[in-house]
Design a protein around this ligand. Structure first.
Ligand SMILES: Cc1cc2nc3c(=O)[nH]c(=O)nc-3n(C[C@H](O)[C@H](O)[C@H](O)COP(=O)(O)OP(=O)(O)OC[C@H]3O[C@@H](n4cnc5c(N)ncnc54)[C@H](O)[C@@H]3O)c2cc1C
Length: 400
């Protein structure tokens, strides 16, 4: 049994804590917020992430309160061409994703962590860490430091202070809002639906099932914007933005009528980065702290859950920490490299200022959607299953 400290109460940190605690280790979580909370709006739980939650016995909460998503759809304006066409049904069986409010995923994991009595130290902003093969500790922003642990896990997200700078901020981000689902307005209840003007304008509407904050059916709404133009958008005023949105997708009126001020939306900027060395003696990066990218492929939370499962597989297989961490890195590295590369290729097709890439996108999607193996491949990519990340983990052999 090891003493393991995990920094960060996001999906990656919480799922890791559950896995490691159930494998018999003593786990302590550290989080900067006094009340741990999810940041942001909706996200897609892909089949890969759902498989990890299933291993933890938590998938039913997502299935019952999330919105079943069978399609990812996108349409170019004004041509009306298909610019995104993913059908989970192509995977066979009962393949689908679940649109959820972040709060549902967070509450599901956090409630399980609390129910199992896992220690959480809140109001602890991690500033740095020291570790070697014998163990280590975290240093906090207030100058204090944690007790000593056998192993430290960095699940602090994309802006972790524990990793060397790498990658770059992407030019585009998005303004996000969580809204009430506009009943009877004709939006697809089982699809993430998007509209694009080339790739410089994009609107997305996604069903998220029950919004835990309101207990009502919710929708995630997002508007793509360049980070360096976000302030100008606010300065131009809410009405000017409203007109721009309605010009691209007039039917969104019942959604944007719920947004009184553009500043009520949350701006999320994305970074594309991968830490080259995910593990060091007595230390590992996990989730966005290891690798982050734009949410175009809808993978981030799912990748963090897969990392947590990989870490559990490492600790299940090897009693020695160095061996466990090496196995974790081995299990996850190729899948992460593959998805980071795909995200690098796909993101500019949907968020960019030029004409060529969206033109190519619209031709490719049209062609791909009609071809049987290509349709299956696209569904497999988005489901998170390309590269078979789960099979070598042997999750069914974990005695949790
Ligand atoms: C707008 C947007 C849309 C997205 N859509 C999707 C999607 O559809 N599907 C999907 O799978 N992913 C999506 N993602 C990505 C997904 O949210 C992340 O990949 C995922 O949350 C990563 O989980 P994590 O546990 O690694 O880190 P995080 O969720 O970032 O959690 C990090 C935790 O660490 C805490 N923390 C941070 N710094 C400190 C510190 N110094 N000290 C102590 N605590 C700290 C934070 O408060 C937080 O609790 C989206 C991301 C964004 C921004």
């Amino acid at each position: 049994m090891h003493d393991i400290a995990i920094a960060g109460c996001g999906p990656g940190g919480l799922a890791s804590a559950l896995f490691l605690h159930r494998l018999g280790h003593r786990v302590v979580l550290f989080e900067r917020f006094d009340d741990p909370q999810p940041v942001g709006s909706g996200l897609l739980v892909q089949p890969s992430g759902l498989a990890v939650l299933q291993t933890l016995g938590l998938a039913d909460a997502i299935r019952s309160k999330g919105a079943r998503v069978n399609f990812l759809k996108g349409t170019s304006a004004p041509s009306g061409k298909r610019a995104l066409d993913v059908r989970y049904g192509a995977l066979g069986g009962d393949g689908c994703a679940y649109g959820v409010h972040r709060g549902l995923l967070f509450d599901t994991l956090f409630d399980a962590v609390r129910a199992e009595g896992i220690a959480i130290e809140t109001g602890r902003t991690v500033a740095s860490a020291e570790s070697d093969a014998a163990g280590g500790c975290f240093h906090f922003a207030d100058g204090s430091k944690s007790a000593g642990f056998d192993c430290l896990i960095d699940a602090l997200g994309a802006r972790t202070p524990l990793a060397p700078p790498s990658g770059r901020d992407l030019a585009y981000g998005a303004l996000w809002a969580t809204l009430n689902w506009p009943e009877g307005a004709g939006f697809l209840e089982d699809a993430l639906d998007q509209r694009y003007r080339r790739a410089h304008e994009m609107i997305g509407v996604m069903p998220i099932g029950v919004n835990p904050a309101t207990e009502r059916k919710g929708a995630a709404f997002f508007w793509s914007v360049r980070a360096d133009q976000c302030e100008a958008l606010h300065a131009a005023g809410t009405e000017a933005w409203r007109q721009q949105v309605l010009a691209l997708w007039p039917e969104t009126a019942p959604l944007i009528d719920q947004i009184a001020d553009t500043r009520d939306m949350v701006f999320a900027q994305y970074a594309h980065r991968t830490v080259r060395k995910p593990v060091a003696p007595g230390f590992a990066h996990l989730g966005d702290a290891w690798h982050s990218t734009s949410p175009q492929l809808g993978q981030g939370a799912n990748m963090a859950l897969l990392d947590a499962a990989g870490l559990a597989a490492g600790f299940h297989r090897y009693p020695d920490i160095a061996d466990a961490l090496a196995h974790y890195a081995w299990l996850r590295t190729s899948h992460i490299k593959l998805y980071q590369a795909m995200s690098m290729v796909f993101t500019p097709l949907y968020q960019a200022g030029d004409r060529l890439r969206p033109f190519v996108r619209d031709q490719l999607v049209h062609w791909f959607a009609g071809i049987w193996p290509a349709r299956n491949l696209v569904a497999a990519i988005v489901s998170g299953g390309v590269g078979w990340p789960l099979r070598p983990m042997g999750l069914d052999t974990l005695e949790l």
